[in-house]
Design a protein around this ligand. Structure first.
Ligand SMILES: Cc1ncc(COP(=O)(O)O)c(C=O)c1O
Length: 402
C-alpha cells in the first residue's frame, strides 16, 4: 500500500504567507544567473578581492587550536571587542555590552523589526529601499508611512518631520545613511543631524542599515547616524561587504538594555551565529591588517566606479541621469519617463546578455514606481566587463530610442 502525498493547500498557510510570491523580477533574475551573462544586478563584492590567504591561515589556526569552534557556543566575546574598535574608527563610541553578533545584517534587521513592530503597526521609510527590508517587514502587514527620496540627496527629512509633527508615531524609521541601496546616495551632515534630532525629539528609533559605510571613495566620509545619536539609533553592521558575505556575520549596536531581549529573539531563529566563522573573523582581525584590506577594496572599487561612470558617459544617451556615488557599490540611473526598465531587462538578457535591477523592484509606494530607473552594481565586475556591459546596454538604449 502506498499513500499519495497531496500538496499543502494555500489555505492552510498563514494569511501573510498565502500572499507571498516570487516576484516576476526574481523569476527573470533566476533565469539570468547563467554563465556568460554580465551581471550588474546583485550587490556582490568582488570574489578576487576576498582576503583568501588570511582567511585560510586564520581558519587553519582556529580549527587546530580551538575545539569550541565547531560546538554550540555563546557569542564570541573577543569579536565583540574587535567590533567596538571597528566602530570607533567610524567615530561611534560603544561598549561590548551593546553589541549583538548576528547572522549578517539581514538577521540584524529582522531581529530589530521583530522586537519593535506589532503586527499591523506603523513604520516609516523612504519610497525606495533595499528589497531585503521589504521581505523583513511584509509579514507584519504594517501601515507603511513612506516619504519621498531621491538619488541627489536621499530621504526627505522634512517630510519625516512633518509626519511626526502631525502625530505619527511609527515603530521605527528605517534609514540607509551611506551608499544607499538602491539610490547610491549618502546623507549630508545636515540631514544626518536633523534625522537624529527628530528621532530624539519624538522618541522614535532609527534603524540605521549600514553595510556600505566602510566603502567610501572620497576624502571625507561622514560617520554613521549612530555617531550623532547614541540612544535612538539602532545600528546594523556587516562583514559581508568588507570581508566576505559567505561567512554570514554582522552585528548590531543597540542600547545595552535591549540585548537580552534581542538575544532571546535570535535564539528562536538560529540559536547561535555560526561559532566557527565568528572565531575565524576574530582571528583574521587579530592577525591581519583590516585597514590595509579596506584601503585595497576602496582603491579597487574606486577604479570600477570610475570605469562605470566613464562607460555611462560614453554609451548611455545624454537624457540618462546619474551621479557618481561617494560610497557603496551601486549607480542609480534614471532614464526618460516612458522607458520601462523591466521590459528592457528582458531584452537586455536575451539580446545583450547583461543583467541589472529595474527600479520598480525597490519601490514601496505606488506613487513612485521608478519604472524608468535601473540599479547597476560596479563592485562585482572588473573594469573591462563594466565597459563591455555598459556599452551593450547603451547600444540597446540607443536603438530603442530611434
Ligand atoms: C542595504 C542592505 N542591508 C542589508 C543587507 C544584508 O547584508 P548581509 O549580507 O550582511 O546580511 C544588504 C545586502 O546586500 C544590503 O544591501
Amino acid at each position: 500500500m502506498f499513500t499519495v502525498t497531496r500538496p499543502i493547500e494555500e489555505a492552510s498557510l498563514a494569511r501573510w504567507a498565502q500572499k507571498v510570491k516570487r516576484s516576476q523580477l526574481q523569476e527573470i533574475l533566476f533565469a539570468a544567473a547563467k554563465p556568460g551573462i554580465i551581471s550588474f544586478a546583485m550587490g556582490l563584492p568582488a570574489p578576487e578581492l576576498f582576503p583568501v590567504e588570511g582567511l585560510m591561515k586564520a581558519s587553519r589556526d582556529v580549527l587546530a587550536n580551538d575545539p569550541r569552534a565547531l560546538q554550540y557556543g555563546p557569542p564570541f566575546q573577543p569579536l565583540k571587542s574587535q567590533i567596538v574598535r571597528i566602530m570607533a574608527e567610524r567615530k561611534v563610541s560603544c561598549c561590548e555590552e551593546q553589541i549583538l553578533i548576528t547572522t549578517g545584517a539581514q538577521q540584524g534587521l529582522s531581529l530589530l523589526v521583530r522586537l519593535l513592530l506589532e503586527p499591523g503597526g506603523e513604520i516609516l521609510t523612504e519610497q525606495m529601499v533595499y528589497t531585503g527590508f521589504h521581505q523583513v517587514f511584509e509579514p507584519y502587514e504594517p501601515l507603511v508611512l513612506s516619504v519621498p527620496t531621491d538619488a541627489g540627496t536621499g530621504i526627505d527629512v522634512e517630510a519625516v518631520a512633518s509626519l511626526l509633527s502631525k502625530g505619527a508615531r511609527p515603530a521605527f524609521i528605517y534609514a540607509i545613511s551611506s551608499g544607499h541601496n538602491p539610490l547610491a546616495v549618502s546623507l549630508t551632515h545636515a540631514k544626518r543631524l536633523r534625522l537624529v534630532e527628530l528621532a530624539r525629539q519624538y522618541r522614535v528609533p532609527v534603524i540605521e542599515d549600514d553595510p556600505y559605510g566602510f566603502l567610501n571613495y572620497e576624502e571625507v566620509a561622514l560617520p554613521p547616524l549612530k555617531a550623532y545619536e547614541e540612544k535612538w539609533v539602532f545600528y546594523v553592521g556587516s562583514f559581508s561587504k568588507i570581508l566576505t558575505p559567505g561567512l554570514r556575520v554582522g552585528w548590531l549596536v543597540v542600547p545595552e538594555s535591549l540585548i537580552t531581549k534581542l538575544s532571546a529573539v535570535k535564539e528562536a531563529s538560529d540559536i547561535d551565529t555560526n561559532t566557527f566563522t565568528q572565531r575565524l573573523i576574530s582571528r583574521f582581525l587579530e592577525r591581519e591588517d583590516l585597514d590595509k584590506h579596506l584601503s585595497r577594496l576602496r582603491r579597487e572599487y574606486r577604479v570600477r566606479r570610475d570605469a562605470m561612470a566613464q562607460a555611462l558617459r560614453a554609451h548611455f544617451p545624454a537624457t540618462a541621469k546619474w551621479a557618481i556615488p561617494d560610497d557603496g557599490v551601486f549607480f542609480w540611473v534614471e532614464l526618460p519617463p516612458g522607458v520601462d526598465t523591466l521590459a528592457l531587462l528582458v531584452d537586455a538578457l536575451e539580446r545583450e546578455r547583461v543583467a541589472f535591477i529595474p527600479g520598480q523592484a525597490f519601490s514601496i509606494d505606488a506613487s513612485n514606481k521608478a519604472t524608468n530607473c535601473m540599479r547597476l552594481n560596479f563592485s562585482h565586475s572588473n573594469p573591462e566587463l563594466i565597459m563591455d556591459g555598459i556599452a551593450r546596454l547603451g547600444h540597446m538604449l540607443r536603438s530603442c530610442s530611434k
